[in-house]
Design a protein around this ligand. Structure first.
Ligand code: PEP
Ligand code: MN
Length: 337
């Protein structure tokens, strides 16, 4: 962090600011120029809030020169992180496909869909049990019964399961029963939940909040990692913009941004990004071309009768066709499937 003092700043003000920073464990490089003094602050500057220094007497400007996240930062960990989800490695050259319905509805629906997506190449089964719905009158998920059904689908297919958590109170139970815990867009900044998930070692799929900047998103990953859990996978799922044709706006440049800034694996969810099943195939291919480590896709065995997100769900044959196209694309972007 660099602090530029006002030309009229007094020596006493500069000394007092330096003492304050040294008291915070920082080292100071003090450069007295012709017009003003510039302080170079070295040390664990991510702990400092630049705004607190802007209001100190004699300060003209504060410029952070490093990102505020550390454990998620590629500078501190140059190699790509690979997260192991019960044997499925995410973040290698091999693309990962997570597929399944928006929400678990009954035994036949989840197991039938699971077998079908598995036969096409999906390696992890998704399905919501506790659903964060915008309206309190919409289907809220089967909750604990949904978790039971996911476990049963795991037993018969062998697929690891991915499902969304909403409450910090559920962390212990999810840690025992779920292979990959999803934090949804609406909970990306539920800091109590993130910190609680940091107490586990369970892989976390951290979706980008719908109004979150790339830095907000990486700082949420940092919450989980700072609390002790390094197993974080990021997921771009579209952001809110002025555009209403699609459900959200798929921000594919964010994939490159977070890959540049962070070592964590990144998946893309083209289903929630577009809200339109007919767009999912093209956006999936675009996501792989943009550098995503894999995809999470909603697939339902009977989309017109889905209790949630039918309009964006692929049928199993559509998913199979998509995987065929990804297989053709993969070698061009130095990936395998
Ligand atoms: C979901 O995966 O079904 C979901 C609710 O996703 P998001 O949090 O991205 O809206
Ligand atoms: Mn959904």
């Amino acid at each position: 962090m660099i602090i530029i003092m006002k030309p009229e700043a007094t020596v006493a003000q500069i000394d007092s600011l330096c003492d304050k920073l040294i008291g915070q464990g920082m080292q100071i490089q003090r450069n007295a120029g012709v017009d003003c003094t510039v302080l170079g602050v070295l040390g664990d500057v991510a702990r400092l809030d630049p705004h607190n220094y802007l209001i100190q007497p004699g300060v003209e400007r504060v410029m952070p020169v490093s990102e505020p996240f550390k454990k998620a930062n590629r500078k501190f960990h140059p190699k790509d992180t690979v997260v192991d989800v019960s044997g499925v490695k995410i973040g290698t050259r091999r693309l990962s496909l997570i597929a399944g319905p928006c929400s678990v509805e009954n035994y036949d629906q989840i197991t039938d869909t699971a077998f079908k997506v598995r036969s096409s190449g999906a390696s992890i089964l998704r399905g919501g049990a506790f659903k964060p719905r915008t309206s309190p009158y919409s289907f809220q998920g089967l909750k604990l019964e949904g978790l039971d059904l996911l476990e049963q689908a795991h037993e018969v297919t062998g697929m690891p399961i991915c499902t969304e958590i909403m409450s910090p109170k559920m962390v212990e139970e999810y840690d025992r029963r779920v292979d990959l815990i999803q934090v949804g867009a609406r909970n990306m900044q539920n800091f109590d939940l993130l910190t609680e998930l940091g107490q586990t070692r369970r892989p976390i799929l951290l979706k980008r909040g719908m109004s979150a900047t790339v830095y907000d998103w990486l700082l949420s990953a940092e919450y989980i990692m700072a609390a002790g859990n390094p197993n974080v996978i990021l997921c771009e799922r579209g952001i809110r913009t002025f555009e209403t044709y699609t459900r959200n706006t798929l921000d594919l440049s964010a994939v490159q941004a977070v890959k540049q800034l962070s070592h964590l694996p990144v998946l893309v969810d083209p289903s929630h990004a577009t809200g339109l099943s007919w767009m999912v195939e093209r956006m999936s291919l675009a996501a792989i071309a943009a550098g995503a480590d894999g995809l999470i896709i909603e697939v339902h065995n009977d989309p017109p009768h889905a209790l949630c997100d039918g309009a964006q769900s692929l049928t199993p044959p559509q998913f199979a066709q998509l995987v065929g196209k990804i297989t053709a694309l993969a070698p061009i972007v130095e990936r395998t499937i």
